[in-house]
Design a protein around this ligand. Structure first.
Ligand code: NAD
Length: 346
């Protein structure tokens, strides 16, 4: 397939681009290169004849029209977004602009192109979204595709808005869409403002390991390469108009997760004492969702997908990767806001 992937210079998008190229697809990576982007994530595919980079913003309709006309993709995989909840608390406007308005412009550009091409049935617009649109769970239960939306942060509200637009463009205009809602990802190339890389890099620097609140918040962790594999399956085999929840069935409290990371670091990069001694509890995130958990039965039963690693295996690979790739993360630590506590302004 010829895939137009938005946000391909980000954490998950770059994993999708690398896997798509390895699988023999052609890829056009459209990315505005915000603070969260890193073209080094794509060094292994940059010279592949099947790979093209388009430096463009999803809010720029004219640029989108040109890219569709020039490259004539078989499918769009839309990952470009503002993605950090803490930044959405301090500055929600960019999240509405990119996640809601950007998705609107991309849908309109895709619809115009698809109409010009004679409305091909096998065209796909795949929107990559988050489980955070479903809100916060109590101790029991899991999110299914039928769970009502209940977003609670500016980030999740903007992603919920974009999900609604994508469904509306299917119902109203017939655009062949698929959607996926995924749990928290982790793995190589994770930008050093998110919990897992923050913990690994602070630990290696001997700095405190910040845990929001009492660390009891539960997340369902998914290794990024498993997510990328699921996305490529859904764009090729997912049923039109359908959404699929993707999760690792790896629920952990933040405190357990950080303790597991410390135990791995104690083995792979031993120091005097345990890294767990650096754990430090800090003010909670405003509106911090208590628990997310995904029921991935639909994607497992309909498309045969399941995660390849447990969270312990995935975390070990991740720590190994950060230990071996210091120049990559050192360069990103200089970017605006990285290493600062964000999102307490509310
Ligand atoms: P990321 O922040 O690492 O990357 C986002 C990419 O989008 C960056 O390369 C950035 O330059 C690009 N981008 C931002 N605004 C843009 C714009 N206006 N025009 C063009 N490009 C723009 O994000 P990620 O963690 O890789 O997440 C990718 C997608 O997956 C997002 O839509 C996010 O909501 C969703 N998601 C993420 C997770 C997670 O755990 N990270 C979980 C579920 C869903």
């Amino acid at each position: 397939m010829k895939l137009l992937i938005t946000g391909g210079a980000g954490f998950i998008g770059s994993a999708v681009v690398r896997q798509a190229i390895a699988a023999g697809h052609e890829v056009v990576n459209l990315d505005a290169l915000t603070y969260a982007a890193c073209l080094d994530n794509l060094a292994s595919v940059a010279d592949d004849p099947g790979y093209t980079f388009e430096h463009a913003d999803i809010r720029d309709r004219a640029a989108l029209d040109r890219v569709f006309a020039q490259h004539r993709p078989d499918a769009v995989m839309h990952l470009a977004a503002e993605s950090h909840v803490d930044r959405s608390i301090d500055g929600p406007g960019t999240f509405i602009d990119t996640n809601v308005m950007g998705t609107f412009h991309l849908l309109e550009a895709a619809r115009a192109y698809w109409t010009r091409e004679g409305r091909p049935e096998d065209f796909r617009f795949h929107h990559i979204s988050t489980d955070e649109v479903f809100g916060s769970l109590g101790p029991e239960g899991q999110f299914t595709e039928e769970t009502p939306y209940d977003p609670r942060s500016p980030y999740s509200a903007s992603k919920a808005g974009s999900d609604h637009l994508v469904r509306a463009w299917h119902e109203t205009y017939g655009l062949p869409v698929v959607l996926t809602n995924c749990s928290n990802n982790y793995g190589p190339f994770h930008f050093p403002e998110k919990l897992i890389p923050v913990v690994i890099l602070n630990a290696l620097a001997g700095k405190p390991l910040p845990i929001y609140g009492d660390g009891s918040n539960v997340r369902d962790w998914l290794y990024v390469e498993d997510h990328a594999e699921a996305l490529l399956l859904v764009v090729q085999k997912g049923a039109v108009g359908r959404s699929y929840n993707i999760g690792g069935e790896n629920e952990r409290t933040n405190l357990d997760l950080v303790r597991t990371l410390c135990a791995i670091l104690d083995r792979l990069a031993p120091r005097e004492g345990s890294y767990a001694d650096l754990i430090s509890f800090v003010t909670d995130r405003p509106g911090h969702d208590a628990r997310y958990a995904i029921d991935p039965a639909r994607i497992r039963e309909e498309l045969g997908w399941r995660p390849s690693v447990t969270v312990e295996e995935g975390l070990e690979k991740t720590v190994d990767w950060y230990l071996a790739n210091e120049p990559w993360w050192r360069a990103l630590q200089a970017r605006q806001g990285v290493g600062e506590r964000l999102g307490v302004g509310a």
